[in-house]
Design a protein around this ligand. Structure first.
Ligand code: ADE
Length: 225
């Protein structure tokens, strides 16, 4: 899968993709992430990416031209399945959307900044809008990093043990059961006996019960879905 991220602050995305699963997925060729600086696609000498809004509301608005030039260049090189805009008024991201996006070949993610983006970008270029929650971030970069991470870990080969991503919380609308590692007792705090029993059937039954109990108690809304 190839992901092109469009931003005015590429430095913000240096770290999120340079470690752990996402780094390894790129090294293995499972995923390609390309970060593009929108400022490199301006045509004026001041390299302007934003301007005052018509109508005089507060804040600056991202200009349509550099975004159009960058997206046009990318589209001339390959076909894209989705062109996504990260925005707090988009559809709230969830595991279902991550699953769907992880099956695509090429996607573009546009990170918003300032007061927003010229609405013609959203009307004519964007195919999908995603939010990471009902709060406002300073820009779409961190939101894009969240979405990209959630997608890449699902691509076959990204995680050595594929069942590990499939058993993530939310994959079946259930929270995961608690996990423990050695030592079996620390500070008087004990690991549940059943996990030390070696009885695979009993362990699975306990994990299912825990999963259901935690979901009922902490996220009953998931069960209604
Ligand atoms: N940009 C600013 N806030 C955002 C949010 N909550 N989700 C996605 N993009 C954003």
């Amino acid at each position: 899968m190839r992901i092109d991220i469009l931003t005015v602050l590429p430095e913000l995305l240096d770290s999120p993709f340079a470690h752990s699963i996402i780094k390894r997925a790129q090294a293995k060729g499972v995923a390609e992430i390309h970060v593009h600086n929108i400022r490199n696609y301006t045509t004026d000498k001041h390299r302007t990416v934003d301007d005052y809004p018509f109508g005089g509301t507060a804040g600056m608005v991202m200009k349509v031209e550099p975004i159009f030039h960058l997206i046009s260049k990318l589209k001339s090189e390959r076909e894209y399945d989705e062109i996504i805009f990260m925005t707090p008024d988009g559809k709230t991201h969830n595991q279902l959307i991550a699953n769907e996006l992880s099956t695509l070949q090429n996607i573009i993610i546009l990170c918003g900044h300032y007061k927003g983006v010229d609405h013609r970008v959203r009307e004519h270029l964007i195919t999908r809008e995603i939010s990471v929650g009902d709060y406002v971030l300073s820009g779409g970069e961190l939101a894009a990093a969240v979405v990209v991470d959630s997608i890449i870990r699902l691509i076959p080969g990204a995680i050595s043990d594929e069942t590990s991503a499939l058993s993530d919380s939310f994959q079946d609308n259930l929270l995961s059961a608690p996990v423990y590692t050695r030592p079996a007792e620390f500070n008087g705090w004990k690991v549940p006996d059943v996990l030390l029993s070696g009885n695979a059937k009993e362990i699975e039954k306990w994990q299912e019960e825990q999963s259901l109990e935690r979901t009922t108690r902490l996220r009953p809304d998931l069960l209604i879905k």
